[in-house]
Design a protein around this ligand. Structure first.
Ligand code: GSH
Length: 467
């Protein structure tokens, strides 16, 4: 082999050797690398394990805490369960007790409804009896009314007879006076003239009823016939009417129908030139103005009229007068205005009342009612105290006037409602209703007005009043 071949072979060998060494080295390195990698893997795994262990430990701690919490809760629940058990047992006992009570009540209810049934049949029975008594009462009172009407007729005839007898007596008196003068002055034959005079007297005044001994009182009783000129639609008339009736003062009711214009008749003008009602005629004594009439009647009949109507005691009487003076321009004026606007204005004027006019009138009335309640009545049963007086009567009739037109002025005023009911009870419900019957029947009143020529006379008055 040539040298160069040997060299190249050598070189080849060397390079082969080097290549082999490199491979071995690589393998060593690789194995070294592998072992290094393994140990680092071990380390990483160990760390991982440690971490996991730590995690497990902390999880364990958490679980232990949770276990403690759960244990506490269980203890709490057990305690509450025991408390609830106790409650439950109490409730159960209570439930049984209630059931017993309900049972007892059911039995009681049954007993009561049986008793109620019995009562209602008794009640029905009584109702039938009451009904029978009512109709009996109605027939008895109709008979009594009839009888008293007959008696009244008889009395009226008797009265008439008495009057003509009085007139006869007056004539005889005049004749006797003439005869007496003749006897005392001119007569020659005094004895026979005297005899004639005696005969004359005897013909009208029989023995035993000598007029000279009847005295002035008896004479005045005969001539003192009380007449009241009234229209019950008018509130002052109602106060006079109710008072006279309530205290039992006899009078002759003379109707002056205002809606028919009877106040304008000449025959009424002869009695009162004021041409308003009420008017009182006591014998020849004529009195106008309701308040004056009421006081006159109370004072004239003071021996039979209870003192509370117009008390004699100075200050109580002053309280009655205080109200009577106040009411003219307040409750009376305002109540009348609302009444006239609501009931008369459209009929007389032929048009509706302007709203602002009506509102203002109602507002004024409310203010008067406030004063009646707060100043005059306060918390007393009646204006002067415990007993009814003329003041209450005059107030109540005024308050009823707008009520007659359908306006409930007492709405929302329980104190005034209770007072009105007390007044009504004191004078007697029947009398109160009788006095207010016409007022409460406005439609028939308006009908009368519509067909009446006297309404024309009222027009200028209204125009003046409400312009
Ligand atoms: N102040 C008087 C008033 C009388 C009065 O105004 N009467 C009215 C009826 S409530 C009347 O007669 N009016 C008729 C008219 O004015 O033509 C009294 O209290 O008696």
């Amino acid at each position: 082999m040539p040298f160069s071949d040997a060299d190249s072979l050598k070189e080849k060998l060397v390079s082969e050797q080097e290549a082999h060494d490199a491979v071995v080295r690589n393998m060593v390195i690789e194995s070294l690398l592998e072992s290094v990698m393994d140990s680092s893997l071990d380390l990483a795994l160990e760390k991982e394990e440690k971490n996991q262990l730590q995690l497990l430990l902390s999880n364990n701690r958490i679980l232990e805490n949770e276990r403690d919490v759960v244990r506490d809760r269980v203890t709490g629940h057990c305690f509450r369960r025991d408390v609830l058990r106790k409650h439950l047992s109490k409730i159960t006992t209570e439930y049984y007790r209630c059931q017993k009570e309900v049972e007892q009540m059911r039995r009681r209810h049954h007993q009561l409804s049986m008793a109620l049934k019995d009562q209602s049949s008794i009640h029905q029975h009584k109702q039938v009896k009451i009904q029978a008594l009512r109709s009996r009462l109605a027939s008895v009172s109709a008979a009594a009314r009839h009888e008293s009407a007959n008696k009244m007729d008889l009395l009226a005839t008797e009265l008439q007879r008495e009057r003509s007898r009085i007139r006869e007596l007056e004539d005889v008196g005049r004749e006797a006076a003439v005869a007496l003068r003749h006897i005392l002055t001119e007569s020659e034959d005094k004895t026979s003239d005297m005899q004639k005079l005696l005969e004359l007297m005897e013909s009208v005044v029989p023995e035993g009823t000598d007029a000279a001994f009847m005295g002035p009182e008896a004479a005045s009783i005969k001539t003192q016939d009380m007449e009241l000129y009234l229209d019950l639609v008018s509130q002052p008339c109602r106060s006079v009417f109710v008072f006279a009736k309530a205290v039992g003062i006899p009078f002759e009711f003379k109707v002056v129908a205002l809606v028919e214009g009877q106040q304008y008749r000449e025959e009424f003008a002869k009695i009162s030139m004021i041409r308003k009602v009420p008017v009182m005629k006591d014998g020849s004594f004529v009195l106008t103005e309701s308040v004056a009439i009421l006081k006159y009647l109370a004072q004239k009949h003071s021996s039979s009229v209870a003192d509370h109507w117009y008390p004699a005691e100075l200050r109580q009487r002053a309280r009655v007068n205080e109200y009577l003076s106040w009411q003219h321009m307040n409750l009376r004026a305002h109540g009348s205005k609302v009444f006239l606007l609501r009931a008369m204005f459209p009929l007389i004027m032929g048009s509706e009342v302007p709203k602002e006019k009506m509102d203002a009138a109602v507002e004024d009335l409310k203010l008067s009612l406030n004063l009646l309640e707060e100043k005059f009545l306060q918390d007393k049963p009646f204006i002067v105290g415990d007993k009814i007086s003329l003041a209450d009567l005059v107030a109540v009739v005024e308050l009823m006037q707008p009520v007659g037109t359908g306006l409930d002025v007492l709405e929302g005023r329980p104190k005034l409602i209770a007072w009105r009911d007390r007044v009504k009870q004191e004078v007697g419900e029947e009398l109160f209703d009788e006095a207010h019957e016409q007022l409460m029947n406005m439609s028939s009143l308006q009908e009368k007005m519509q067909n009446n020529s006297a309404m024309e006379m009222l027009k200028p008055k209204f125009q003046m009043l409400f312009k």
